[in-house]
Ligand binder design. Sequence first.
Ligand SMILES: CSC[C@H]1O[C@@H](n2cnc3c(O)ncnc32)[C@H](O)[C@@H]1O
Ligand SMILES: [Zn+2]
Length: 428
Amino acid sequence: MNILIKNPSILCFDKEKVFIENKDIAIKDGVIQYIGEIPKSFEYDKLISATDKLVMPGLINTHTHLPMSLLRNYADDLPLWEWLTEKVWPIEPKLTEEIVYWGSMLSIAELIMSGVTCFNDMYNFADTVAKAAQDAKIRGCICDTLFDKTRDDQSDFKITRDLYKKWHKSNNDRIRVFVGPHAPYTCSADYLKKIIPLAKELNTGIHIHLSESIKEVQDSINTYGKSPVKHLYDLGLFDVHTLAAHCVHLSDEDILILKDKNVHVLNNPVSNLKLANGFSPVYKMLKNKINVALGTDSSCSNNNLNMFEEMKLASILNKGITGDSTAVPAATALKMATINGAKALGIEDKVGSIEVGKCADIILIDLNKPHLYPKHNIVSLLVYSIQGSDVDTVIVDGNILMENRKLTTINLEEVMQNAQLCAEKLTK
Ligand SMILES: CSC[C@H]1O[C@@H](n2cnc3c(O)ncnc32)[C@H](O)[C@@H]1O
Ligand SMILES: [Zn+2]
């Protein structure tokens, strides 16, 4: 479908600045074909009148566990280790494909309705997560979670290989597959040593939890005599494109390693605070030119998938920690939620900004709301004042997934009903 978006304000990035321009956008076969002067000969099937609307790149949620929406508000006010071992892990063996499908669909509906066009998920039954993404037509990266310390060894890596064959670059390259060792504390060194050549052979990245809690760091020092970051570095894991979720407890040496090895950090400020793990030194990593992107983690530790909340918290938390009100300004938070996410996922040539030649992964925000008046500074408005429900229209790969807040690829009533039934099956 060819789309013409008339009269929007557009959020644009260049190397230094984030700024607003007023130009029309033409989308042809899923790709942004023109911005500004649209040739008279451009033929379109759909006209979107965008006066009073802001067009920006779709948000990229770089760390999710989508099926865990079914455990929203099920295990609150606990520290990470108790949360995982006493509440979450005992229940996960009860998961089925049906449960994972409806949990994923519930999350995907929430993502689209709050302006997310791409997610990066880690969960078992990743084939089913991919099926949900395919059905909803959202962009997503998936991985099967690899453990050997707490579950059976899967060192033939059959599930990951099958996922890769079936899904990697499928659906017009909307779905990609990573290799997903859960964390340094659930994967032995020998197991991680086998995972590295797998990622190299598949020519894909590694998605892993890293340095999330003080306990993780202390246990690593007790077991290996070094931090989790140094442990993975010494194993050679960072020779592969790595996406490291959390990175809360980092020494200065750890930060230098992450920078030196171009590790992409996935910051989850709400989940880190809620599980009382603390906060990641984002301001230090950005100063060191480390690519820091944003994620929500799961609805079981967040308890929603609202990336606007993550942007605002990333910004104000880093101001609070440093006592420097210029730390992580609004423009930086916007980049973390968009182009930095695209870089982390290795798809910055395709998405993350509004540019001719990139895929049309675009959201339209309705600016005509009382909490968005007056319009002194649109960049600030998008980080400090907005609500997820201000997102009006969502386009992924040129497909309209939500228009005037109505989902087009998901039957929301059906999803909520099935999610409720599946959550009851899981927890009773
Ligand atoms: C088996 S799939 C992924 C695995 O990770 C668990 N998980 C969810 N959130 C976190 C987190 O913040 N830190 C560590 N592990 C987490 C999830 O329950 C699954 O078991
Ligand atoms: Zn996680």
